[in-house]
Design a protein around this ligand. Sequence first.
Ligand code: AHR
Length: 325
Amino acid sequence: MKNWKKVLALVSVLLVAFSSAAFAAPPKTWVVGFSQIGSESEWRTADTISVQNAFNDDSSFILIYSDAQQKQENQIKALRSFIARKVDCILFTALVETGYGPVLQEAKDAGIPVVMIDRDVAEADRHLRLTIMGSDFVKEGEKAGNWLASYLKKKGLDDGKKQINIVELQGTTGSAPAIDRKVGFANILKDHPNWKITRSQTGNFTSSEGKAVMEAFLKADKNIQVLYAHNDQMALGAIQAIKEAGLKPGKDIIIIGVDGVKGAFEAIVAGEMNCTVECSPLLGPQAVQAISDLRDGLKLPARIYTIEGLFDETNALAALPTRQY
Ligand code: AHR
């Protein structure tokens, strides 16, 4: 009799477990509107593909993709159309930091959460979005500066007195990576009174503008020891300009970029570039995870960072076959 009771109890536990597993509601399908800034670099293309693939691989999401073609007004229009369509969540990369306050307020009033990916908005508007996932751009600038200090020391190129002339190719004016990578590099520059940024101009994160600006720098002044480019794409354009000016990139001018795109690895291996600070565009899986958590009612952390490295002559060759972008 006792055994029968035990068997019955076990059967009923199994039945409950089986029926709740069999009838557990699948996650509600969420429509996510993704406002991307454009396709100015290899990095950006890899980022877009990563996000699209990650959402397309998860059948509980429908992704609406919008390419702003580097125009802020296109992004604002896209955000307004997402709000009108009553999407469940907005995934947003801000072309520049400012100018989105009113539209973000409209999303908030409509009860639509906004998750930033890669580029954030300015401090004053951050209360209107939930979180930001991506790289720490200030840290990237600091890594570039620290790498330069140890490279100059290793090669015996800095006696602390002779002036080291550095030219800077900035990213898109007003964008988070351009602002923060400048700040990060300047944080390290402070400790090196003989380092001077002699020229600094935007190359808009593109290879063609990076080349044109570097040509102008070299026409004005050939006394340049270092190029710090806010991304690899501009550094690769500048390498062309340096070659055309009859100089050896990577030797006559030390070249530092940011991103870690394949082209930069190949240039480092060829001895034409010296360092790339990694900034990963492969943010899609993280975005899906964060928005799934949000749908499940979890609280997202205020900032979701990616883990990134730095590559130069010591490790670029070994890492090249494993690069995904
Ligand atoms: O926002 C990330 C930056 O934007 C990348 O460094 C650059 O390549 C891209 O255009």
